[in-house]
Design a protein around this ligand. Structure first.
Ligand code: V0D
Length: 254
């Protein structure tokens, strides 16, 4: 169990060849998988080729994260702002969950991975929702890594929906304003049941949050890389975790 943390591929040159500390692996990693379009452009390919390539990376990252002992992996697949993209690109993107799942679901099952979705399903095409619900359902008894896809997710949208519902619950008398605390807020968000991310990774050199998990990332460590998502490798994940392990988390204390 501990042994595998000392494989040479889990060591990286930029970090003095120090192996990862198996007792300080982030429980929950969230990733903004950015740079697929740029990757394609750099190669003179259409943007959708970048998305297809980016999809291939997911498996490897899931397997490596699982092997290292990560328990929750949240991947930002589609934001509430991504509808502004050309229709052909959006249509292509909406086929990716089905494609991914028809190819990878058996492997996810074998690896005891539990699939979950976080986002507003109401605007997604029914073929996408059906494929995703089927995967969530079929993996619901799995006890291994929880793979959470943020799909048509936007943090402000999530907060607005939560506040509407909470307002209704107050109006109907089922809760009192005094009952509201941080735990209740967390439970009313789409990430209910998941611990807050310990580590946020964003690829492709953008240094911003872009409406991703604003509440949940309050105390998370952030790690940014210039690497484009389709080029993201195991060693990048290891470097991110390595950097995480060198930071002192204070949660507002000293
Ligand atoms: C494109 C890079 C897997 C980011 C990865 C609809 C952009 C590939 C899924 C997926 C996308 C989603 C839900 C699910 C299973 C798989 C996915 C989208 C985009 C947006 F249950 N990759 N992927 N979804 N890309």
């Amino acid at each position: 169990m501990i042994d595998r943390f000392f494989h040479t591929e889990d060591v990286n040159s930029e970090n003095n060849n120090t192996p990862l500390d198996p007792h300080n692996i982030p429980t929950h990693i969230a990733i903004i998988m950015d740079g697929n379009g740029r990757w394609a452009k750099n190669k003179g390919l259409p943007r959708i080729a970048g998305h297809r390539e980016g999809m291939k990376v997911i498996n490897k990252v899931v397997e490596k994260a699982d092997e290292l002992g990560v328990k929750y992996l949240t991947l930002y697949a589609f934001s509430t702002e991504n509808w502004k993209r050309p229709k052909t690109e959006v249509d292509f993107l909406m086929k990716l969950p089905e494609r991914f799942l028809s190819k990878e679901l058996p492997k996810l099952q074998k690896n005891n991975v539990k699939v979950r979705i976080m986002g507003d399903e109401s605007l997604l095409p029914s073929h996408t929702v059906q494929a995703v619900r089927k995967a969530v359902e079929e993996t619901s008894d799995n006890t291994g890594l929880l793979l959470n896809f943020a799909l048509n997710y936007g943090s402000r949208h999530e907060l607005v929906q939560m506040m509407k519902k909470t307002g209704e619950d107050i109006a109907s008398g089922s809760i009192n304003p005094e009952d509201i605390d941080e735990e209740m807020v967390s439970k009313r968000l789409l990430s209910n049941g998941l611990p807050d991310p310990d580590l946020l990774i964003r690829t492709s050199g953008e240094i911003r949050l872009s409406n991703f998990m604003l509440w949940q990332l309050a105390y998370s460590e952030f790690w940014f890389t210039e690497v484009l998502w389709p080029d993201f490798k195991d060693k990048d994940l290891i470097e991110a975790i390595h950097t995480f392990q060198q930071r002192k988390r204070r949660y507002g204390g000293v």
